[in-house]
Design a protein around this ligand. Structure first.
Ligand SMILES: [Zn+2]
Length: 250
């Protein structure tokens, strides 16, 4: 069972995916459990970034009526490998800083693929890596690593506290996609005393949920892109393959 706050966040994200469908050339369906697992691994691996490998599940094709609804004007069939299959098992492949995380240990690259497929080898179709306390926008290294991806690349940005050595960083240009409920409970303004010292009042942020590691989650964002640079639309799906927030008969 996926935590209720995350279910709400995914439903809100899916609503955006639907509203903005015309801006994307492809679609991927990501199971909610996969996101929850990756989020937990991310927090357990701090302050490192993590690299996760994913494949499509042959036994789980996209539900056709979902794709029909979410396919936008610019949709292009056959853009990437693994298309049309709900993503399957997730595998934690590596951890490290923003440079080393893409360099997969030798035993993962099966030797023969190492040169032809770049630093991450040919083992998985899709890849996801995290940006702890930073926006989900690809860096130059990310764009380079993605050149060897047969499927799609994803980045999960997580804003959390206690933040340790990684204060929130968002000074980057690019399109951001928030993964959070439409309505986040407002934070009670902390009224400190008047006059001296009031400037010291700490910035209070809303809390979406609390992870099993004890971290408070203040924000999540997720993007997906193809090696050509175009955006891929993400839909978070529940066990039956329907999106969170999907209403029967709607
Ligand atoms: Zn990155």
């Amino acid at each position: 069972m996926v935590d209720a706050w995350l279910v709400e966040a995914m439903a809100a994200y899916n609503a955006d995916s639907l509203a903005d469908r015309d801006g994307y050339r492809g679609l991927v369906h990501v199971p909610g459990e996969a996101l929850e697992t990756i989020l937990l691994w991310s927090l357990e691996s701090l302050p490192d970034e993590i690299l996760v490998g994913l494949d499509g599940d042959n036994a789980r094709p996209h539900v056709a009526e979902v794709d029909e609804l979410f396919r936008g004007a610019d949709h292009e069939d056959g853009l990437f490998a693994g298309e049309g299959q709900v993503l399957g098992d997730v595998t934690l492949v590596n951890r490290g800083d923003s440079w080393s995380v893409h360099h997969v240990p030798e035993e993962w690259t099966d030797g023969i693929f190492a040169e032809s497929r770049g630093t991450r080898g040919g083992r998985f179709i899709h890849w996801l890596h995290t940006h702890p306390n930073a926006v989900a926008i690809p860096s130059e290294q990310d764009a380079d690593a993605a050149q060897h991806t047969r499927g799609v690349d994803m980045i999960l940005g997580i804003e959390f506290s206690p933040e340790g050595p990684l204060p929130w960083f968002e000074d980057t240009e690019g399109v951001r996609r928030r993964l959070q409920p439409d309505e986040v409970a407002p934070v009670q303004e902390q009224r400190g005393g008047r006059g001296w010292g009031s400037w010291r009042r700490k910035r209070e942020r809303p809390v979406l949920g609390v992870a099993p590691t004890g971290h408070r989650i203040h924000g999540l964002e997720l993007i997906s892109f193809h090696r050509s640079g175009c955006g891929i639309n993400v839909i978070f799906v529940a066990e039956q393959g329907f999106p969170y927030g999907w209403e029967e008969g709607a």
